[in-house]
Design a protein around this ligand. Structure first.
Ligand code: FDP
Length: 342
């Protein structure tokens, strides 16, 4: 029978999908399933706030400055608190870490601790909030390394390869949640009428013929020779390549999401613009590693220009690394140009 919008057998909620994935693992306790579901709930809450962002009482900056030296916007704080509060009492986490805070976020003593750690960037791309462009929440889940009691910094500084699950929520023309627990990448769209994330993009694979390159070309004068040549190659000015189209929102989740569905490469290389940031702008544990895990699960990859992002063991929570992410061939080409010219 042909599917209609009301064919209920076609409707797979995120809860059903996560539970079905769990049923393939008889040893699973259900804790990860519940954790993912709590994150999805935080996503719904943040989505409901971001869609009201134009309303005066929550739009605009606070006077606080976060540890990255950026002005914190109120929505960042709302998103940060939503993620923390929905996960602090469940007994599933040993600790958390958020891009908005300098150190790890302990679980309050009155609540039990659990076997996972959650790292998140509550509202990535937040400089776009005032302009109605897509923004997102990125998360990564690891198994704790410590055996019991409060979680530790070491629990949060694990290489991306050891990640258990990762995902992002994107708040755009619709709200989507995209996640992987190591068995493919799956995308869900929030149906605001019923308040549920429904499976709309099962088994996402990065298309083999890439369409886009995404970078902030305004910084070109600060780039190394390798990056200059790489960019010319992507533009078809060097070599035999057909030029790729340029697309850059300046919101990592938005740029990554588009390239995941259309094929392409996003890069934020090291540059000489700011001597205090010699490795680019993006944070390894909050942004690069989780998206690298998703890219790899979708058939792509991510590199810092020399090695796979997933192989880097972080040395601090707010460590920054250059990022090249997307189709495997385009990321490998970046490494080749860097090796040849830099
Ligand atoms: P934002 O500062 O708006 O939060 O790392 C944060 C980030 O956005 C990414 O989402 C985005 O890709 C990048 O910074 C944009 O930086 P530029 O403005 O330097 O291009």
């Amino acid at each position: 029978m042909a599917a209609t919008p009301f064919d209920q057998s076609m409707i797979i909620t995120i809860e059903r999908h996560i539970l079905e994935e769990q049923s393939g693992h008889p040893e699973a306790t259900g804790m990860l399933t519940s954790l993912l579901y709590d994150i999805a709930l935080a996503g719904k809450l943040i989505a409901s706030r971001t869609t009201r962002a134009g309303l005066a009482e929550i739009l605009g900056s606070t006077t606080d400055v976060n540890i990255q030296g950026e002005t914190v916007m109120k929505l960042d704080q709302l998103a940060d608190q939503s993620m923390y509060r929905l996960n602090d009492h469940t007994g599933r986490l040993a600790c958390m870490a958020s891009e908005e805070h300098e150190g790890i976020l302990p679980i309050p003593e009155r609540f039990p601790t659990g076997k996972y750690v959650l790292l998140y960037d509550p509202l990535d791309g937040s400089s776009n909030i005032d302009y109605n462009a897509s923004i997102g929440t990125i998360f990564a889940i690891y198994r704790r390394l410590s055996t019991d009691g409060p979680g530790t910094l070491a629990d949060c500084l694990q290489p991306g390869r050891d990640m258990v699950a990762a995902g992002y929520m994107i708040y755009g023309s619709s709200t989507m949640l995209v996640y992987t627990s190591g068995h493919g990448v799956h995308g869900f769209t929030l149906d605001p009428a019923i308040g549920e994330f429904l499976l709309t993009h099962p088994n996402i694979r990065i298309p083999e013929n890439p369409k886009y390159y995404s970078t902030n070309q305004g910084y070109q004068r600060y780039w190394s020779r390798g990056i200059q040549h790489y960019t010319h190659w992507l533009q078809g000015l060097e070599g035999e390549n057909k030029p790729l189209s340029a697309r850059y929102i300046g919101s990592l989740v938005g740029d990554f999401h588009r390239n995941l569905l259309s094929g392409g490469v996003f890069y934020y290389p090291a540059d000489t613009q700011d001597p205090t940031k010699p490795h680019g702008k993006l944070r390894l544990v909050y942004e690069c590693a989780p998206l690298a895990f998703i890219a790899a699960q979708a058939g792509g990859c991510a590199s810092d220009g020399q090695q796979d992002i997933l192989d880097i063991t972080p040395t601090s929570l707010h460590q920054r690394v250059p990022l090249f992410i997307g189709n495997y061939s385009l990321v490998q080409a970046a490494e080749d140009f860097i090796r040849q010219y830099d």
